[in-house]
Design a protein around this ligand. Structure first.
Ligand code: FUB
Length: 329
């Protein structure tokens, strides 16, 4: 009886700790992209090193759950060692399932985006293309830092890949998910008065331009796209200042233009803000990272909180649940 009671206590304590933030504590993880495949929720992440001095990550991680409390660690699902054409900086990934295959999109070297393919959600993933999908060295329009791919698989079957740092880009993907379908496009974000929000002025002659160096609705990095009630929600980080955070803009068209709406959440402890929003079992969640556990911006940890919309479909900004506090399930 005593033994059974102790076991129950251990199980209860484990459940509490995993319903607190960060919910993964045994390794450092960042840039969570949450996806639901066949009823199970998977989170694909960057894997910050224990001895990190920079964002010098070597591989990518994946965790999954069916109850938002018990998480399975699937280990390193893909690594720089699996890529012939890149050897540094394994940054923010995303994954989608199509036609029974899983496609894993990843940025490397701050300049290139690749795709790897697997038969299961957790790999092993293979670099079947053998070269980047987007190559910022070869194509200047990709922007100075083509990073942070995020995929939308729309209801009509068209897939889109959003990416970029300071310069927001989108490109259609072919049905095979491993080739681009047409040219790269700029993602245009407007304020509610119709003025463009840009990181910096690119063309001095362009009318209607609101110059801004981050903050408010200006695009920094970390895009994410989801569709709700026919409306496209384009999420991104608005930079790296102390009050920078995840914000969003909306459009009736996945290619934009998007109109800036406001914050997704209040600022977090890390200098970078990057996350995803997903509906799972009828509840909406925002995944993000903080440096609450390490106090070091290169050693981040993934967190999750419930997300709510008002009756107009606007996101009610989330106050991130701080370390050690029980989060709302
Ligand atoms: O994790 C490395 C980089 O930090 C990501 O690519 C950015 O979005 C930022 O979170």
């Amino acid at each position: 009886m005593k033994k059974r009671f102790s076991l129950l206590m251990i199980l209860a304590i484990t459940a509490i700790s995993y319903s607190q933030n960060p919910f993964i504590k045994h390794k450092f993880t960042a840039d969570p992209s949450a996806r639901v495949f066949d009823g199970r929720l998977y989170v694909y992440t960057s894997h910050d090193r224990d001895d990190a001095k920079y964002f010098d990550m070597l591989d990518w991680a994946c965790f999954s759950t069916t109850n938002m409390v018990d998480w399975t660690d699937h280990g390193a699902i893909f690594s720089l060692k699996d890529i012939k054409w890149a050897d540094k900086w394994a940054w923010a990934p995303d994954a989608v399932k199509r036609n029974g295959k899983y496609y894993f999109y990843y940025p490397v070297e701050r300049k290139k985006i690749g795709v790897a393919v697997a038969n299961t959600a957790t790999g092993p993933f293979k670099d079947v293309v053998g070269k980047p999908l987007v190559d910022g060295v070869a194509e200047s329009f990709a922007g100075a830092e083509p990073i942070d791919p995020a995929i939308l698989l729309d209801d009509d079957g068209q897939a889109y890949m959003y990416f970029g740092c300071r310069e927001a880009r989108v490109v259609k993907l072919k049905d095979n998910m491993i080739e681009l379908d047409g040219p790269l496009h700029e993602v245009i974000i407007l304020d509610k008065q119709g003025k463009r929000l840009l990181w910096k002025e690119k063309k001095k002659t362009e009318p209607n331009l609101q110059i801004n160096h981050g903050g408010d609705g200006v695009y920094g990095e970390g895009p994410w796209m989801f569709k709700r009630n026919g409306l496209y929600y384009y999420l991104y980080s608005n930079g790296w200042s102390k009050d920078a955070t995840m914000v969003y803009a909306t459009s009736q068209n996945p290619m934009g233009p998007f109109v800036y709406q406001g914050k997704v959440m209040k600022s977090v402890s890390s200098g970078t803000s990057h996350g995803s929003v997903i509906e799972y079992k009828g509840k909406w969640y925002v995944f993000y990272h903080t440096q609450d556990l390490s106090g070091n911006g290169f050693k981040r940890s993934i967190c999750v909180d419930r997300l709510f919309f008002n009756e107009k479909g606007e996101i009610i900004p989330v106050a991130p649940t701080r370390k050690g506090v029980q989060r709302i399930q």
